[in-house]
Design a protein around this ligand. Structure first.
Ligand SMILES: NC(=O)c1ccc[n+]([C@@H]2O[C@H](COP(=O)([O-])OP(=O)(O)OC[C@H]3O[C@@H](n4cnc5c(N)ncnc54)[C@H](OP(=O)(O)O)[C@@H]3O)[C@@H](O)[C@H]2O)c1
Length: 333
């Protein structure tokens, strides 16, 4: 079976397409014929910068995939041949809180990823794809669940609250869908006017171009009568956190997610405003199932910018590197 491999630190074009032997699932394991992957900024980072991330070579990239069960190992009760499934981001996070051992089970980083025709996953490393969804469910394990956990599991989002979203990538577009599903008011930034018109058509209530308006936190405060927002889904990192802290209300919540930009911030404002900050690392299988229940009720579909065939998978990462996309980028297998 064919699989892409990170074989060194020479970037996207150095990804190798290799032949690996077809493996059989062991006890408690399931063999999935992958039909789709989606890529995340994190997958791109693993390829561009594998050494500081401790990636051993060769390593199959990507955390997010969906496909069809083609074989099950002994003792597997939850799945049968033909089931349509999506993997979970962590091989071993069914429920409860995160631990170091769970962190060490992340796909496409600490363990082998899913950009391969066949992947073996643990029985509890899978969720069922709802009937209304295609293998587009490959978009859900990381970006959607991170947005869901940020706003719903940790943020306890309530109707009428105000949510600040940064940019129009995978996490932020799912966060827009989840926030509107819960009756929230959304303020969303983007560096592109064309993308701003698209988020408006999806229901973003207020939009700000962070390139033409670099002090966007002032616009956020104006839009909230000087109070600030209840929630920030902070995908930017060090370079945006100070502005996010200025934008959040006293006692508000910042879900700390991203590493798109780097800088340092003075933490005093976070203390003075009694901000609740939650470090987010995706989420558990139980959180994933809760999200799917909500998505099914609303027939929520992912926003997919482009889909690349497996043989052109490298083009998917090049598109993400240029931030040319809106929502998700997928690879079909
Ligand atoms: N902690 C976790 O569990 C977790 C999970 C998922 C993702 N993440 C992190 O979250 C971040 C987003 O991931 P993603 O997969 O959604 O990325 P993505 O699809 O590549 O989206 C990135 C988007 O962010 C916007 N952006 C870039 N620089 C920005 C800036 N300086 N200020 C505001 N917006 C900016 C751009 O939107 P516009 O083109 O509209 O400007 C860009 O398209 C990454 O840092 C990723 O590592 C963390």
């Amino acid at each position: 079976m064919k699989a892409y491999e990170i074989v060194g630190a020479d970037g996207i074009d150095a990804l190798a397409l290799s032949d690996r032997p077809t493996a059989q699932p062991g006890p408690g394991e399931v063999l999935v014929r992958m039909r789709a992957n989606s890529i995340n900024f994190r997958d791109l980072s693993m390829i561009l910068d594998p050494v500081p991330r401790g990636i051993p070579f060769p390593r199959i990239p990507n955390s997010d995939g969906a496909g069809e069960v083609v074989a099950v190992g002994t003792g597997v009760t939850e799945w049968k041949t033909g089931d349509r499934v999506a993997g979970t981001f962590f091989r071993n996070w069914d429920s409860g809180g995160i631990t170091a051992a769970i962190m060490a089970s992340a796909l496409g980083g600490a363990t082998e990823g899913v950009l391969a025709e066949e992947v073996i996953l643990p029985e509890r490393g899978l969720v069922a794809i709802p009937d209304y969804m295609s293998y587009e469910a490959a978009t859900l394990p990381c970006a959607a669940l991170t947005a869901w956990r940020s706003l719903v599991e940790e943020g306890k989002l309530r109707a009428g609250e105000t949510v600040l979203l940064l940019g129009t990538g995978g996490v932020s577009i799912f966060a827009l869908q989840i926030a509107k599903m819960h009756g929230a008011t959304v303020i969303q930034t983007s560096g592109s006017d064309e993308k701003i018109s698209r988020i408006k058509s999806m229901g973003a209530d207020h939009t700000i171009n962070y390139r033409s308006n670099p002090d966007w936190q002032d616009a956020v405060l104006d839009l909230t009568d000087g109070v600030g927002v209840d929630h920030v889904v902070e995908v930017g990192g060090g370079g945006t956190l100070a502005r996010s802290a200025a934008s959040v209300r006293v006692g508000g919540h910042i879900a700390l997610i991203g590493i798109l930009t780097t800088d340092r911030i003075d933490p005093t404002v976070l203390m003075r405003k009694s901000v609740r900050m939650t470090g987010i690392y995706v989420g558990s299988r139980q959180m994933f199932k809760s999200m799917l229940t909500a998505f099914e009720a609303h027939e929520t579909r992912p926003v997919i910018d482009r889909t690349f065939p497996f043989e052109n998978a490298k083009d998917a990462y090049h598109l993400m590197e240029k931030t040319g996309h809106f929502g998700k980028i997928t690879i079909s297998l």
